[in-house]
Ligand binder design. Structure first.
Ligand code: GRF
Length: 198
């Protein structure tokens, strides 16, 4: 009997192009993950509409409506549990998850970061930082989320050369295509290894 697909949610805050890449990959009948829910912490995130247009279920949990990070994360946790989610993919999700939340989902949260970790941790300016450092190459990393920001085990990386006339924008444009392919491939591997029913 074929294994059940792992029940996956994607957390976004913005454009949602990685989320769409995962959803497209998951349309393949052989893909081992189903994208069952897209959650945004920002009501106006363009990715929410893209998700709806792709037929995906969405939820908005606006962090500004909660008095504490803990209250926001409790709601997030309950929403994910309520949907029977087994694996979480952060994709441009601009909230740091607390140790409390991360421990509820051990080895069950993935993230994509636009740098060759451990270089350039943190939420902003990774392309600019790579350029300013004179790096000959740049890239992206898919990793597990732990309570150390961008510090969880690295699952895979993609690299691009830094060209002489590159700007932060041109690097971002070239890298995002690599991100889409890498994230879809890593989710496939992790979902296949993990299996559903956990
Ligand atoms: C990507 O570069 C991702 O690596 C970073 O935020 C960006 C999100 O882009 N975490 P998108 O919302 O997936 O288009």
């Amino acid at each position: 009997m074929p294994r059940q697909k792992i029940r996956t949610a994607v957390l976004i805050s913005g454009r949602g192009s990685n989320m769409i890449a995962l959803a497209k990959a998951a349309q393949n009948p052989d893909y081992p993950a189903d994208i069952l829910l897209v959650i945004s912490n920002r009501p106006g995130a363009p990715g929410l509409e893209k998700a709806r247009n792709s037929g995906l279920a969405t939820a908005t949990i606006d962090h500004t409506m909660f008095n504490t990070r803990c209250a926001f994360e409790e709601k997030l946790h309950l929403t994910l549990q309520g949907a029977g989610i087994e694996l979480i993919c952060c994709a441009g999700f601009m909230r740091i998850l607390s140790p409390w939340f991360v421990r509820k989902w051990p080895d069950r949260i993935l993230n994509i970061h636009p740098s060759l970790l451990p270089k350039y941790k943190g939420l902003v300016d990774t392309h600019k930082r790579a350029l300013e450092a004179g790096d000959p190459e740049h890239g992206c990393t898919v990793h597990y989320v732990t309570d150390e920001v961008d510090g969880g085990a690295i699952l895979a990386q993609s690299r691009i050369p830094v060209l002489p006339d590159d700007t932060a924008e041109s690097l971002a444009d070239r890298l995002i295509e690599k991100e889409h392919a890498l994230y879809a491939a890593v989710l496939s591997d992790i979902a296949a290894q993990t299996g559903s029913g956990i």
